[in-house]
Ligand binder design. Structure first.
Ligand code: URP
Ligand code: ZN
Ligand code: ZN
Length: 459
């Protein structure tokens, strides 16, 4: 069994910040103390650095067929990129395509990750069709550690479920301890707006945003929470982008309703103005929900600071401009939806959140690791630094300056939405269950070394 001693760092958890050493025995943290002197096979000097729990990204789409193509990162390239950025666990989305069973989807996604993932991975299940059999499969999946289900209120004819099916799924999680994750946009309204825009000859990428108003997200968020309230279960809103949707979450939480929500860096650092970039450049930012008008991001930061938003995930869903985004060159509705972000989350949120004084270091850890671990049944195995927890650790250099560019990032995509942006703060050394996977910026892990995360249901 390998022993590793991380010395002289500042350990940060969601609640504490203190100087200390961390001893790792095998895959687990065994001892935390000051001036630990026991011999170890590997010693890492973390002087001047923070020692953080590995990031947990609970919203990724690796190797996902979508919009006539497949997301550009598979489980190998995507998890290596994640590790470079300081993320040591991902929860990806398996998809039940219509006519297929949930178990078929589980097997398909297990097959995509097995032998490839360099860090640990779990799955949510996207449910696109619901009947009694599927409900029974939901129960079985919860027992197998796939304890959350994403439902769509958008993408009619592809992913969208009607309110009755959504309500049935919510009711089922009351029995089986699963959690419903909701893509909250009013798909019917959006579809009408898209068809009208196309009929009027509007083809440019910016019409993706102009046909998906904030109100459509606000309305769906309100409805999702109302349905969950009637079913008497918690709900988790994914990729919340707009102040108007945040208001609905805040209002529910103020009434004591267990409504949870995540946002993503793109909604904190980019805005509608990006769609106005010349030519077809706006396609880089075509994602759903779309980027919002400037001003929304400060409301989201306030929501993050005040715990109306509980997590920052990435919705990493990369498509290259060449050969993929260009499928929608003449029709914005054919641009594959999604953008890369799995590698840049921790640095962006550190720079724009902690350094800018919007959130504390403890809150940074909570939003990027602890709270996602708690919500999705991984805590205290993951998401904190404590004896007995998995040794998923990031030695984070708060002073390291990095210029974000697709030329040096490891995601397999030919652009970066933050191209040229300088951030301060980056992962230096990263451990996944006690193994060093990133050594001072170099990947030294192994594709296939990541394990499937069997997650706990809600208790
Ligand atoms: O545009 C996005 N978000 N693509 C990924 C699919 C989804 O809805 O999360
Ligand atoms: Zn979604
Ligand atoms: Zn997504």
């Amino acid at each position: 069994m390998t022993t590793t001693l991380i010395r002289n760092g500042t350990i940060a958890t969601a609640t504490d910040l203190y100087r200390g050493d961390v001893l790792i025995e095998g895959e687990k943290i065994s001892t935390i103390g000051t001036a630990l002197t026991m011999p170890a096979d590997v010693t890492i000097d973390a002087s001047g650095k923070y020692v953080l729990p590995g990031g947990i990204d609970v919203h990724t789409h690796l190797d996902m067929p979508f919009g006539g193509t497949t997301s550009a990162d598979d489980f190998e390239s995507g998890t290596i990129a994640a590790a470079h950025g300081g993320t040591t666990s991902v929860v990806d989305f398996a998809i039940q395509y219509r006519g297929q069973t949930l178990h078929h989807a589980r097997d398909a996604w297990m097959g995509k990750a097995d032998g490839k993932a360099a860090i640990d991975y779990g799955f949510h299940m996207i449910v696109t069709e619901l009947d009694g059999k599927v409900e029974a499969e939901m129960d079985a999946l919860v027992g197998q550690g796939i304890t959350s289900f994403k439902l769509f209120m958008a993408y009619p004819g592809v992913f969208m479920l009607d309110d009755a099916s959504i309500f049935r799924a919510l009711l089922r999680t009351r029995e089986n301890g699963g959690t419903i994750c909701m893509h909250a946009e009013n798909g019917g309204v959006i579809d009408v707006l898209v068809q009208r825009a196309l009929a009027e000859g509007h083809r440019a990428p910016k019409y993706h945003a102009l046909t998906r108003p904030s109100r459509a997200e606000g309305e769906a968020t309100h409805r999702a929470i109302a349905l969950a309230e009637m079913a008497d279960v918690p709900i988790y809103i994914v990729h919340l982008s707009a102040a108007e949707a945040l208001e609905k979450v805040t209002e529910a939480r103020d009434r004591g309703i267990p409504a949870y929500a995540e946002t993503c860096p793109q909604y904190l650092f980019l805005s509608y103005a990006n769609y106005e970039e010349p030519g077809f450049e706006g396609a880089k930012y075509v994602m759903s929900p779309p980027l919002r008008a400037a001003g929304n991001e400060e409301r989201l930061w306030r929501g993050l600071a005040g715990n109306d938003l509980q997590a920052i995930s990435t919705d990493h869903c990369p498509f290259c401009m060449q050969g993929q985004k260009e499928l929608g060159k003449d029709d914005f509705s054919k641009i594959p939806n999604g953008a890369p972000g799995i590698e840049t989350r921790m640095s962006l949120v550190w720079d724009g959140g902690v350094r800018a004084g919007r959130i504390s270091i403890n809150r940074f850890v909570e939003l990027t690791a602890t709270s996602p671990a708690k919500i999705f049944g991984l805590f205290p195995r993951k998401g904190t630094i404590a004896p007995g927890s998995d040794a998923d650790i990031v030695v984070f250099d708060p002073e390291k300056k990095v210029t974000l560019t697709s030329k040096t990032l490891h995601m397999k995509v030919d652009y970066n939405p933050y191209e040229g942006r300088e951030v301060t703060g980056a992962a230096e050394t990263v451990l996944s269950r006690g193994r060093v996977v990133i050594d001072r910026g170099r990947f030294v892990g192994k594709p296939g070394a990541g394990s499937f995360l069997k997650r706990d249901p809600r208790s």
